[in-house]
Design a binder for this molecule. Sequence first.
Ligand SMILES: C[S@@+](CC[C@H](N)C(=O)[O-])C[C@H]1O[C@@H](n2cnc3c(N)ncnc32)[C@H](O)[C@@H]1O
Length: 196
Amino acid sequence: MDTVDEIRDKIRQRFVKVATDPTAPQRHPHGPASAKKLGYDAAEIDALPSVVTESFAGVGNPLVLHPVRPGETVVDIGCGAGVDSILAARRVGPSGRVVGVDVTAEMVEKAKANAVAAGVTNAAFHQGEADRLPVGDGTADVVISNGVFNLCLDKPRVLAEVYRVLRPGGRVQMADILLGEAVSDEQVVQKGAWSD
Ligand SMILES: C[S@@+](CC[C@H](N)C(=O)[O-])C[C@H]1O[C@@H](n2cnc3c(N)ncnc32)[C@H](O)[C@@H]1O
């Protein structure tokens, strides 16, 4: 069985590939076609530069769970190449801001470049872990996350971080994958089964 450090390393390696080689075959759906299937507005996706959407790797659409309003501060945990951050930055407008955090340096660099490509100036991106967010206490109105919680090894600690960074009355808008059936011990120990 993989150690925790080995699993962390494999997660990073997987998303380095999604960031740097988005046309390579991946185990999970990604890119603009996947975003449209998951309920994003097709016109909004098509209007983004293709470099922005090519590394989209979300599993749902956290932005449809509740409107993100002008002036709000949004934290995007596991922001990847920044599609949700960029769409949120447009919704919060010049009086709001978005902070995207991702553990994979290549994703963070791509999100920064993508924000420039999309003409977004109110989003900042930082490399960091979901369980140690580089964000102050009580500073976020909204925490969004898309396809990341399932990859986090210490989920209670991530939830504690979400609670720490949210202001009282703030909200969480999260899309993620859930198991619908039991998993055998053999499947759990199978190499790579942590995220297949
Ligand atoms: C399935 S992708 C989703 C990316 C993005 N949210 C999107 O919708 O395109 C998962 C992302 O989470 C990041 N990630 C994985 N584990 C993380 C952790 N512990 N802390 C922060 N980011 C993490 C990965 O680097 C990857 O960019």
